[in-house]
Design a protein around this ligand. Structure first.
Ligand code: NAD
Length: 492
């Protein structure tokens, strides 16, 4: 590891993230469970630290703490909650270096990405929902009898937040910030591979003035997640993860009729029309599949390019993709870091092998990069696959782009909509009418035109089809954390 890497790692091994600690009721507690799990630095394959594998007793303690804190937090005036959430954003910025270090060493994210995207966005999420915390309003309703009717938006209670490995800080903040804004309390279970920023955020939330018990963090794997889904003291589940686990999670939650939001997998198409600005389109295409080493639910791993541009685009990609800096996440020049875990790297290899078997032609990449024991895979472009290849239809979740061509707008839309997923989609065109026309026809929760990954806490995202249901971000992202109560008063 580079010298700067050593410095970053030292930030992670601070006493508060001592092995086996959970954050419950505003305190660090050694887990009741004796189970422990190693957390690995994906850029070297070495163990960074060890975290607890929480058990039922730990989870009970966390849910009890959240239940105990609920009434006080729910009654805290919205503007006071807002002030505290705003302070969270400030403390995130004050402790930016630590968060960048933790997120980069844990996920393998390039430090420039962690700083500019993950940490910056987390602060913005708290800021955004801080503003909304002051307007969790109901409405008055006109009814034709001598009475007065109004609605109240009330918090749900204890929210169980279950998050995936790829954007730990952003995707936990996208749940905790609106949950707290609406007056709920939270038990957060981060992903087993990347739990460290959740532990650091527990400390940051406390420092910012979030009262004891309002946010609790339990670490562990799928069993802890499932116990959270089943726990009778949990009132709502906010889940982000794979479609496979999401289906299991929705089935479990349905047994107690817990409301759930499901942010699941994706496999977006990027359509490049013949009238696109080619330079911009190439930039968008590359960003869309290498961003976060392709471990991006809203990535664009399927390029659909107009037949007239197909060969030119492949030629440009073969040069440009190989030149994107891949390597040590702690080197500020790095754009693509390692995959986050060995199993993700193996998964990518499996899909590239499938692509080869299906007659795909590797235009660039198609192999690991051997570097310092890390889980590196070269950004890969594959041409010549039929639409029914599993490498086209399924979510690879790595830096792999498949390239297909089309002749007409209808065909482009049909190919774009042809997978089971519907999270994001995008197109490059200089024809304004076409941009609106095609955006309306794409089956996705968000559509980008002439760039990729344009995300902001003000703009909702979420899935259709097997990408899930519910929305995060925007005022829409606050609603799942409230329930509407109607009050009707007789004036007779
Ligand atoms: P995953 O489904 O393996 O795990 C997600 C979380 O669920 C983890 O915390 C895991 O411990 C937990 N879990 C596992 N089994 C469980 C069970 N039986 N009950 C309850 N919880 C359980 O996903 P991952 O590999 O961490 O993340 C990658 C996936 O997440 C990809 O499919 C990606 O597209 C998706 N994702 C979606 C979004 C979105 O906003 N839609 C965002 C990021 C990632």
């Amino acid at each position: 590891m580079s010298e700067s890497g050593e410095r970053y790692v030292s930030a992670v091994t601070r006493p508060h993230i001592e092995p086996g600690r959970l954050f419950i009721g505003g305190q660090w507690r050694v887990a009741e469970s004796k189970g422990r799990r190693d957390v690995v630095d994906p850029s070297t394959g070495t163990v960074i630290t060890t975290v607890a594998e929480a058990d039922a007793a730990d989870l009970d303690a966390a849910v009890d703490a959240a239940r105990g804190a609920f009434e006080g937090w729910a009654r805290t005036p919205g503007r006071v909650r807002a002030r505290i959430l705003h302070r969270v954003a400030d403390v995130i910025r004050e402790r930016e270096d630590e968060l960048v270090a933790v997120e980069s060493v844990d996920v393998g994210k390039p430090v420039t990405l962690s700083r500019a995207v993950d940490v910056a966005t987390a602060a913005e999420e708290y800021e955004y929902y801080s503003a909304l915390a002051q307007s969790v309003d109901g409405a008055t309703r006109q009814i034709p009898v001598p009475s007065h009717a109004y609605t109240r938006r009330e918090p749900l209670g204890v929210v169980g937040a279950i998050t995936p490995f790829n954007f730990p800080l952003i995707l936990s903040s996208s749940k905790i910030a609106p949950a707290l804004a609406a007056g709920n309390t939270v038990v957060h279970k981060p992903a087993e591979d990347t739990p460290l920023s959740a532990l650091l955020m527990a400390e940051i939330l406390a420092e910012a003035g979030v009262p004891d018990g309002v946010v609790n963090v339990v670490t562990g794997g799928g069993a802890v997640g499932e116990a959270l889904l089943r726990h009778p003291g949990v009132d709502k589940i906010a889940f982000t993860g794979s479609t496979r686990v999401g289906k299991l999670a929705a089935a479990v939650a349905s047994q107690s009729l817990k409301p759930v939001t499901m942010e699941l997998g994706g496999n977006a198409a990027q359509i490049v029309f013949e009238d696109a600005d080619l330079d911009k389109a190439i930039g968008s295409v590359i960003k869309g599949f290498v961003f976060n080493t392709g471990q991006f639910c809203m990535g664009g791993p399927r390029l659909l390019v107009h037949r007239s541009l197909h060969d030119t685009v492949l030629e440009i990609l073969s040069q440009a993709v190989a030149g994107v800096p891949l390597g040590d996440p702690f080197d500020p020049a790095t754009v693509i870091g390692p995959m986050t875990a060995a199993r993700h790297l193996e998964n990518v290899e499996t899909y590239v092998a499938i692509a080869r078997e299906d007659g795909g032609r590797i235009v660039t990449g198609g192999e690991r990069l051997e570097l310092g024991g890390g889980y590196y895979y070269k950004p890969t472009v594959i041409a010549g696959l039929a639409n029914d290849s599993r490498a086209v239809q399924e979510e690879i979740f790595g830096p792999v782009l498949t390239v297909q061509s089309f002749d007409t707008e209808d065909e482009a839309v049909e190919l774009a909509n042809s997978t089971a997923y519907g999270l994001a989609s995008g197109l490059c065109t200089n024809d304004l009418a076409r941009a609106h026309r095609v955006a309306a026809r794409l089956q996705a929760g968000i559509v980008w035109v002439n760039d990729w990954a344009m995300l902001d806490p003000a703009v909702p995202f979420g899935g259709v089809k097997q990408s899930g249901y519910g929305r995060e971000y925007g005022p829409e992202g606050l609603e799942p954390y409230t329930k509407v109560k109607s009050v009707v008063i007789s004036l007779a």
